[in-house]
Design a binder for this molecule. Structure first.
Ligand code: HEC
Ligand code: HEC
Ligand code: HEC
Ligand code: HEC
Ligand code: HEC
Ligand code: HEC
Length: 274
């Protein structure tokens, strides 16, 4: 098994594993028996809700139920690029400033929810307001079950192996709505996976630009999330990954979460934390 390749690397991995087993129930910051602060990975939660963004600020003020944006309902059709690059949605919750007047003018959700590409935001019969402004999750959850049944499984996140689905062609998301944009080819010098190891020299984690560029634009990660210089990203540890920075920017919220150790650490054979 892969763990025997790198004996020096296993020790700290197993230590963290033991801590997490003890404390993974609630997630967040806890103390061990000596009073030292340890951070734990939050439990996964229901797969049908993983990656949902709930927007309530403006809705609440207007007396409307909160909006639920489910990533799973969009990822099979569109790459992250379409929304987070072309349509300029922020990848931070509540940061875009989506308003009804903006989406009625064809921006944001209104770029697709126009009655042609997807059900409409407009006030005309049949009114579809409640498919976004959700009073109850039931029918959305039912749709998820039917959707996920057709795709390869995973242990965490949505319970869907999104990378596998993309690579096998089970999903074929498009890269642009306007059709007149093709991503530039990935530069040759980025084709080889990078070996990480800033905070732990024995780290078994590699990072593939190719795999990420399949769905994301460079600007989703550089310069805000990662320094463009290899090993230039400071304090690049598991702790900061878990708390929504670096890899955790996506791998705690939309892409498979940090609970799924072995997908990043081939040397760790098991995953846990549901
Ligand atoms: C159909 C549009 C759409 C697609 C496709 C899409 N997103 Fe998003 N994403 C959104 C919206 C809308 C938000 C919420 C923005 C806001 O609140 O201002 C969001 C928020 C996020 C957030 C923050 C979530 C949080 O809980 O804080 C992350 C991370 C993210 N997206 C990553 C991705 C990744 C990675 C992909 C591709 C696998 C992707 N998105 C595909 C529309 C999209
Ligand atoms: C790039 C195009 C695109 C954008 C942008 C987009 N959507 Fe969608 N959305 C779709 C498509 C296509 C579907 C599937 C449509 C269908 O079943 O009629 C969908 C489905 C949904 C669903 C599932 C509802 C159900 O009943 O099945 C919800 C909820 C939703 N979108 C909310 C939103 C919100 C909120 C936004 C903006 C924050 C948004 N969408 C932005 C294309 C888009
Ligand atoms: C495709 C998804 C979608 C549909 C369909 C939709 N909305 Fe919204 N709506 C949003 C989003 C996203 C926001 C911003 C949510 C927030 O920040 O609370 C919003 C906000 C609002 C607001 C808050 C005020 C403002 O200016 O932003 C009102 C009022 C509103 N919607 C009314 C409606 C009505 C009425 C309908 C049906 C005719 C409707 N919406 C259909 C996504 C949708
Ligand atoms: C999305 C990818 C990803 C997942 C999933 C992941 N890790 Fe990590 N892990 C990293 C990265 C990146 C580093 C930092 C590597 C470096 O030193 O540059 C790291 C570092 C570590 C370290 C070294 C000490 C430290 O804090 O830097 C340990 C131990 C570790 N991970 C354990 C785990 C365990 C246990 C899990 C599952 C619960 C896990 N990791 C899941 C990416 C991941
Ligand atoms: C999903 C996130 C992500 C995306 C998307 C991404 N990168 Fe990176 N990039 C990284 C990470 C992580 C590193 C390593 C940072 C470190 O070690 O501190 C890196 C490192 C680099 C480096 C330094 C490589 C080396 O060998 O020194 C360059 C150059 C770079 N990226 C360019 C790009 C370009 C150009 C694109 C778009 C084609 C891109 N990146 C897309 C995450 C990303
Ligand atoms: C901007 C968002 C983003 C960031 C940041 C990011 N990833 Fe990813 N990553 C994704 C998406 C989206 C996928 C596709 C799979 C999924 O959604 O579950 C993916 C896939 C992967 C895969 C492929 C898994 C497989 O089974 O093929 C690995 C490994 C991975 N990421 C590791 C990392 C590591 C390590 C980092 C930090 C150095 C990182 N990622 C940072 C979005 C991101």
């Amino acid at each position: 098994m892969a763990t025997t390749r790198n004996p020096a690397g296993i020790f700290p991995l197993l230590c963290l594993l033991a801590f997490c087993l003890v404390t993974s129930v609630a997630g967040g910051v806890e103390r061990d028996e000596l009073g030292k602060v340890i951070r734990t990975i939050p439990p996964n939660g229901p797969p049908e809700r993983y990656g949902d963004v709930v927007l309530r600020k403006k809705s609440k003020k207007a007396g409307m139920p909160p909006v639920v944006f489910p990533h799973w309902a969009h990822r099979a059709r569109y790459t992250c690029r379409v929304c987070h690059f072309e349509l300029q949605f922020s990848a931070r919750r509540d940061d875009t400033g989506i308003t009804r007047s903006a989406y009625l003018a064809g921006r944001y959700c209104g770029a697709c929810h126009d009655g042609n590409t997807a059900f409409t935001v407009r006030d005309k019969e049949p009114r579809q307001c409640e498919r976004c402004h959700l009073k109850s999750r039931e029918s959305l959850d039912d749709r998820f079950a039917a959707f996920a049944a057709g795709l390869p499984g995973a242990d965490f996140g949505n319970g869907i192996d999104w990378a596998g689905a993309l690579n096998s062609g089970a999903i074929r998301p498009i890269n642009t709505l306007s059709g007149n944009y093709t991503p530039l080819p990935l530069p040759d010098n980025l084709k080889k996976p990078l070996k990480l190891g800033t905070t732990s020299p024995n780290s078994d984690v590699t990072f593939s630009h190719e795999e990420h560029y399949a769905e994301l634009d460079c600007s989703s990660c550089h310069p805000e999330v990662f320094n463009i210089k290899k090993k230039g990203t400071e304090a690049f540890s598991m702790d900061s990954n878990i708390f929504g920075r670096f890899c955790g920017t996506c791998h705690m919220r939309v892409a498979f979460p940090m609970n799924d150790c072995h997908r990043c650490h081939p040397g760790i054979s098991s995953s846990f934390g549901r």
